[in-house]
Design a protein around this ligand. Sequence first.
Ligand SMILES: [Fe+2]
Ligand SMILES: [Fe+2]
Length: 319
Amino acid sequence: MRRFEVRPYRKSKFPNGYDGTRMKASVSRPLVFEPEKFAYDPELSPLFLDRKVQGVRREVQERLLVCELDRYADFTKDLEDGPVRDGCILAASEDMLPFEMSGTIRQDARQILDDEIIHGDEAVRLMDQLHRWNDLPAIDFPSHEFMRAVGRLRDAEEEPILKKVVSLIAAAVTETLITVNLRKLPMSTTTVHPAVTEYVARHAHDERFHNAVFREVFKRTWSWLSRSRWKHEIPRIAKMIAEMLVSYLSPDREAYTRILNEFPDEFPNPDEIIDDVLRHAFVKERIRDSSASTVRMLRECDIFEDDEVMRVFGQSGLL
Ligand SMILES: [Fe+2]
Ligand SMILES: [Fe+2]
């Protein structure tokens, strides 16, 4: 495949950045895809855990990796435009919540919202350039299971304030998991495209700050809930967090079905492959390992003092 360069990312509206360095270093760098970049690594795609996928010819594996990057960027865009944006708007508001977020958090949340708009744009641009570079049609990915779970859980709440609590929790879960996921991606410059390493490095840089802010948002939300007249709902809401974590971190069946359906000759039974992947010890260990930082945040809020909550998290493979 040929080398491909495109115009730089657009500049941030706040070029000096909240912490003085955000986005500055990268705005004039081009997006670059290079030939012969290939990593056969289940950290990049869990599909590589399956023997049938391991056995197909290299050209198909390369195309699977391109589809995987497409899926990753699509999921990121949906997170930024959905739960993250909703959580930022709530945390930044002065009158949408019945508890104090503090002026600093509100200001931070507004700054994060600006970051996330840029991250969403960058994800769209990465997908767009990926398709142009590969001449591959865009896969119309369905909504990720995490997005569907958050929507379901929020819709199921009757009290408007509990809908907002679900939104704040979903944003805190997302913001703590994104940071871990970005850190885990193998970023060897010999096997990963510069377009990807730069995209990931920029995103990871901003997310370290977001992670710290949303841990505080979660603690304040949980502390208010513990003092509110809805405190009896705490075990139920805590179990909901387990559902969010698992749906976020599990390989998304619908997305991987769409990817494998791109190769009907090689993979006539996508469900078999996806079942194998979902059962794999690597995937189970990755879910536990990736959720550890978020679980630590929950532990600091004494969520596991309830035996039933502890049991649900254990059964979900999160402890
Ligand atoms: Fe982001
Ligand atoms: Fe973020």
